[in-house]
Write a protein that binds this ligand. Structure first.
Ligand code: 7TS
Length: 404
């Protein structure tokens, strides 16, 4: 059992009022709030050890390098990674996916096929379209059913000897569906296809084991995991990372440079050109420690309790329709009320202190599938409460009355 009252004290932002009302933060799928240990670690970094990393012999540079590399070690343990150099720091999920899609350019030919799914965020669609444009490869899409689950029998039909890459999300940001990625990975590997998993919405909510999944690549963002923005990671199997061409060229990613030829540094540095977001990399480690202190299994159980509770309460509102009712869901509820525009509901509940996202959630194909312009999305974290959900239902009733 989590002591939510005590946990909430770790998040200073939750105590404030917005528009004169106590803030209820239900936009966790967009970004999570930060505990005080994370906020304090940012100041401590700049006050105590700020310096560039991987290059100075001086003490501060050593301390900063050790602290930055300590986060890589934490990620290795967190996700059961075989080799530490299989963790590449990036700016986040978007950059991780672009890195892979871009680096694959020389390995993809016309007639090759790349499979994504109907549930992808734009950042797991557009980089693959760009790769197809560069190479002439074809993009295929695993369709979903009416409740927002991928149709795996259709995936079976798409797989063939031309399939080179399969890129799917672990959890959908728009509907909350938890995809059967282990099964997808196994099926793709039978055709020797590479599998990239977009884990942006999974890592804040559940334990993940990369070796058990056997994925070739996995991407995530710190800012959705209670850490700072501007940092995330790409996990890649050593063999694949060695085969790929670097994404960015510059300082720190080289062994030797002459005007005629450059040789690249060993992993992970080959993919880490330039000065990274040092502060965020270090502080990301604090966020991982914080999540582990609460326990990902505790988080998953409690958030599921919130999901079940909110689903039941919200469905009592006449005319409210939930999009995405998969059997396995993370704590995301996407919905509309009657024909009311989601933006109108979002604006009214904002005045009442509720932070939700409205619109297409960077998943326009999902909105097109349901024939809607967008939804209101409430996404819960372990610091949310059933009382907040009760208050949200009252606010929604009020908004509905005002707008009907
Ligand atoms: N993939 C998924 C599944 C996501 O939900 C997001 C961000 C990204 C990739 C991109 O992550 P970034 O950290 O590189 O931006 N999703 C959302 C969202 O649902 N609302 O705001 C951002």
């Amino acid at each position: 059992m989590l002591d939510i009252k005590t946990i909430r004290k770790d998040f200073p932002i939750l105590n404030q009022k917005v528009n004169g009302k106590p803030l209820v933060y239900f936009d966790n799928a967009a970004t999570s709030q930060k505990p005080k240990v994370v906020i304090d670690a940012i100041t401590a970094y700049y006050q105590e050890i700020n310096s560039n990393i991987h290059r100075g012999v001086h003490t501060l540079s050593q301390l900063a390098t050790d602290a930055y590399e300590a986060t890589r070690t934490k990620l290795k343990t967190q996700y059961n990674v075989k080799h530490i150099h299989e963790i590449i720091f990036t700016r986040g999920t978007t950059e991780s996916i672009n890195l892979v899609a871009s680096s694959f350019t020389s390995l993809i030919k016309k007639d090759d096929e790349i499979i994504i799914s109907a549930l992808e965020h734009h950042s797991n669609i557009v980089p693959w379209q760009l790769l197809c444009d560069r190479t002439g490869a074809k993009l295929k899409v695993i369709p979903m059913n009416k409740i927002g689950e991928l149709i795996i029998s259709e995936f079976d039909k798409l797989l063939n000897k031309n399939t080179k890459i399969v890129a799917v999300s672990h959890v959908s940001n728009a509907l909350g569906t938890i995809n059967p990625i282990k099964e997808i990975i196994k099926k793709a590997h039978k055709f020797n296809a590479v599998v990239l998993i977009d884990g942006a919405q999974a890592t804040p909510h559940m334990q993940v084991d990369f070796q058990d999944l056997d994925c070739d690549f996995y991407c995530a963002s710190s800012h959705k995991m209670y850490g700072p923005t501007g940092i995330g990671f790409l996990y890649g199997k050593e063999d694949w990372l060695n085969k790929l061409t670097p994404y960015h060229g510059g300082g720190e990613m080289i062994k030797q440079v002459t005007f005629e030829k450059t040789t690249y540094a060993d992993l992970p540095h080959k993919f880490e050109a330039g000065t990274p977001n040092i502060e965020a990399g270090i502080v990301f480690g604090e966020a991982i420690d914080y999540i582990n202190k609460i326990g990902l299994d505790n988080i998953a159980n409690y958030e599921n309790e919130l999901l079940v509770y909110a689903t039941e309460k919200m469905l009592q509102i006449d005319g409210l329709k939930i999009y995405g009712t998969a059997n396995k869901k993370a704590s995301v509820i996407s919905f509309n009320i009657g024909d009311i525009h989601p933006f109108d509901i979002g604006s009214i509940v904002d005045k009442l202190g509720f932070a939700v996202r409205t619109g297409h959630h960077c998943t326009q194909p999902i909105m097109a599938f349901f024939g809607i312009v967008g939804t209101i999305r409430a996404s819960f974290s372990f610091y949310n409460t059933k009382e907040e959900i009760d208050a949200f239902v009252v606010a929604l009733e009020k908004a509905k009355m005002m707008l009907s």
